[in-house]
Ligand binder design. Structure first.
Ligand code: DX5
Ligand code: ZN
Length: 213
């Protein structure tokens, strides 16, 4: 299982140091939460910050768009050539078109489901995407409590994936810690995002290892 630390919980006053330490500590991807103050009640990073992060980061970027006007933000961040761009199914009006838009940049498209959204909504799009991101908190903030019914959703999603697109990965985001990592692993998750759990510890390497073991 891969670990993608979310830099939302990093210390922004020493962001360069934080990014370098998390890369050295064994992060597989760097998860970047883009929030616009409309789709979610919070604001985070713009393209200038991300261009600077990209300069010092040796790991692939995993961009999670929590925004309205999704196609605009895809065009804004695609030049950074992240590994993934994830878009929320709840906000993306023409999902199939946006997935092609991401794919045309040579980037892997992923679809995000909020905690209340059923995996059944993916039936006619699952063949076109490389990853599904399941939210295990309501998007907008780090440090929230894990919503346990995501475990059942992972299992149902896994069935759909095996049937329709076995290459498609499952990523889980929100409230991930050493308390739920085993359940996540046993349900078939490929990538976990973890923010507060990792950045609240002194030793990032140990924190990432504790999720991988
Ligand atoms: C929440 C974000 C998450 C967040 C996770 O909207 O999508 O990526 O940073 O933070 P933790 O791991 O603290 O729940
Ligand atoms: Zn996220």
């Amino acid at each position: 299982m891969l670990v993608a630390p979310s830099i939302l919980s990093a210390n922004f006053l020493k962001l360069e140091e934080e990014i370098k330490s998390i890369c050295d500590a064994g992060a597989d991807l760097i998860h970047i939460d883009i929030m616009d103050g409309h789709f979610v009640p919070n604001l985070t990073f713009g393209p200038v910050v991300l261009q600077n992060i990209d300069k010092i980061c040796q790991k692939p970027l995993d961009i999670h768009l929590m925004v309205e006007n999704v196609p605009f933000f895809v065009d804004l961040f695609a030049p950074l050539k992240p590994k993934y761009i994830s878009v929320h199914i709840e906000e993306t009006k023409h999902l199939h078109r946006v997935i092609q838009q991401i794919r045309n940049y040579g980037i892997s498209p992923a679809v995000v489901l909020n905690p209340h959204t059923s995996q059944e909504n993916l039936k006619y799009i699952i063949k076109d995407i490389d990853m599904v991101l399941l939210m295990s908190v309501n998007p907008g903030f780090g440090g929230q409590k894990f919503i346990p019914n995501v475990i059942e959703k992972i299992k149902r999603l896994k069935e759909l994936i095996l049937l329709e697109n076995p290459q498609c990965l499952i990523e889980v985001d929100g409230g991930v810690s050493d308390k739920n990592i085993l359940d996540l692993k046993n349900s078939g998750v490929d990538i976990v995002v973890a923010g507060s759990y990792i950045f609240s510890q002194k030793d990032y390497k140990q924190a990432i290892l504790s999720l991988k073991q």
